[in-house]
Design a protein around this ligand. Structure first.
Ligand code: DGL
Length: 269
């Protein structure tokens, strides 16, 4: 039925469709920033599920249902690929999503433990993440892989996502939270801090101010590179070099949240 010309125009239409990105809220914008920097010619649709944030304390089945719902929304908007810009949702639901949509490139994110461990011998590495991410088998397996090479310490941060979602990006409230979290450590002994939740790069400077000597890692750039690779493999990488658009959606549905999202995209940490 299809002539060669039909097939080509079908592919061209596919290529010009946007990349869909999801998170429990505004955190995935830290990944979106890296995507836009790396592939400025692509169009993006970002879905933040702020109504249901935080994800990091929810039961697995609820997280699977929410991630599936977010994916359906992005696909209905015409997404050609899905980036799960949420460590929590990736660790619980990425495989199920890939099984459900085998024809769609689905890219997840994980804590950037490897570069943090490999940067220095026998280093002390602190991993800040949600409770769910740190408790999942995915992180357990990764930690097991590197536990001989470094002293890896898990730092679950309940309450931090809520602070960031409500706009505490550089104030005393946030500083008090972080000071309290780090108060149990000899800060000068920490070599690296891994930001294992996509909300945390939005407050990277604040974390750095608490541990000025530590190197801070996050998975945003790696995820953007992986997205580029997957799109290329699938023949879905846009040939445009500039001019891509970003459209934000948020389950809260307020103009305020959409403005906050646009502000975070422009903000550079
Ligand atoms: N930003 C997400 C992550 O990377 C989810 C945080 C949350 O909602 O608890 O884990």
């Amino acid at each position: 039925m299809n002539t060669m010309e039909d097939t080509l125009s079908f592919n061209k239409q596919q290529i010009e469709r946007p990349i869909g990105i999801m998170d429990s809220g505004v955190g995935g914008i830290s990944v979106l920033r890296e995507l836009v920097k790396l592939m400025p010619g692509e169009d993006y649709i970002y879905y933040g599920d702020s109504v249901n944030a935080p994800y990091g304390t929810k039961p697995a089945q609820e997280l699977i249902d929410l991630t599936m719902k977010n994916a359906r929304f992005l696909l209905e908007q015409g997404a050609k690929a899905i980036v799960i810009a949420c460590n929590t949702a990736t660790s619980v639901a990425a495989n199920i999503l890939r099984e459900t949509y085998p024809e769609i490139p689905i890219i997840g994110i994980e804590p950037a433990l490897k570069p943090a461990v490999l940067a220095k011998e026998h280093s002390k590495v602190l991993v800040m993440a949600t409770i769910v991410t740190l408790e999942q088998k995915k992180f357990g397996d990764m930690m097991h892989l590197y536990e001989e090479d470094a002293d890896i310490i898990k730092m679950p941060c309940p309450g931090l996502v809520e602070l960031i979602e409500s706009g505490h990006l550089k104030d005393q409230v946030l500083l008090d939270y972080l000071e309290e979290k780090f108060s149990v450590f000899h800060k000068e002994e920490i070599d690296a801090v891994v930001l294992g939740c996509t909300h945390y790069p939005l407050i990277k400077n604040m974390v750095q101010s608490i541990v000025p000597n530590a190197t801070i890692y996050d998975g945003g750039y790696g995820t953007a590179r992986q997205t580029e690779r997957r799109l290329e493999e699938c023949g879905l990488l846009s040939q445009r070099e500039t001019g891509g658009q970003v459209v934000f959606y948020n389950s809260l549905g307020t103009e305020e949240m959409l403005d906050f999202s646009r502000y975070l995209l422009e903000l550079s940490e």
